[in-house]
Design a protein around this ligand. Structure first.
Ligand code: ZN
Length: 259
């Protein structure tokens, strides 16, 4: 299964979904994290260009710890918006990677880049489907399922699904710790991350959990697409989705072109 995670800055995917990423790696799924900006405004002591370089190095270290592939789109921290070239860049990556599931942070968020990231990715899923967009580029592709994840600046986040990441939490913490310089406050980040994971864990009846919400958009609402999203949830939680749908349903879930 291929999973594509969009992260507004280096560290958002790691502290929000580090457990899911580590779990996915244990299942031999392909995980790619796309950083929409370089996080140049993180930290407090250095210039934006120096911080940007540090954060790329730290992102590479986090990627090695959690075993995912990563890349940066060429947009600047605090300058992200949903202009067409930004949406198109995200759509191209979706078409090239052809993921079963796309995740982005929740649209309701304190941080302007985070709000923009959700808007960019929602629209990129739409652009990716349309044959008239970027003719001559990678083949059009419909994302079966978009999910929103919870950043620590998310507002009004009410998870639909809780993913048990208890055995993987410590690995996620190590990845976040790799962001020691760029964020300017790893202890603060780890506190928030731990509190959130414990709280979602309490809600789910496990030690540590990460929550997700299905993305909006009519083109995601086909039953077969929703089934692929549910399969993602079930397999992450160690539950055989075939038991939900029966033999024929399970075969239906496994058909389709998504990876
Ligand atoms: Zn961020």
């Amino acid at each position: 299964m291929r999973i594509l995670i969009f992260s507004p800055h280096p560290d958002d995917a790691e502290y929000s979904l580090g457990g899911v990423i580590a779990r996915a790696a244990s299942l031999n799924w392909e995980v790619e994290v796309v950083y929409l900006t370089g996080g140049e405004m993180g930290g407090t002591l250095k210039t934006a260009d120096v911080t940007g370089k540090i954060r790329r190095t730290e992102a590479a270290a986090a990627a090695a710890i959690l075993s995912y592939r990563h890349l940066f789109l060429p947009f600047r921290d605090l300058e992200l918006d949903d202009r067409p070239e930004t949406v198109l860049a995200a759509a191209r990556r979706i078409r090239e990677f052809r993921p079963r599931v796309v995740l982005v942070n929740h649209p309701d968020d304190e941080h302007p880049d985070h709000r923009a990231a959700a808007a960019v990715v929602e629209q990129a899923c739409f652009y990716a489907v349309l044959p008239a967009v970027d003719r001559g580029g990678p083949e059009p592709y419909q994302v079966p399922q978009l999910f929103y994840y919870e950043a620590f600046s998310s507002r009004n986040f009410q998870p639909w699904f809780l993913l048990d990441v208890s055995p993987y939490f410590e690995t996620a913490v190590k990845a976040v710790t790799a962001h020691a310089c760029g964020t300017g406050g790893v202890p603060f980040l780890l506190e928030k991350m731990t509190a959130c994971h414990l709280f979602r864990g309490v809600q789910g009846g496990v030690r540590y959990a990460e929550g997700i919400i299905p993305g909006r958009g009519r083109w995601f609402d086909a039953v077969a697409n929703r089934a692929q999203g549910l399969e993602f949830v079930c397999r992450l939680n160690g539950f055989d989705s075939g038991r939900l749908y029966g033999k024929d349903g399970a075969r239906c879930v496994d058909s389709g072109r998504a990876g």
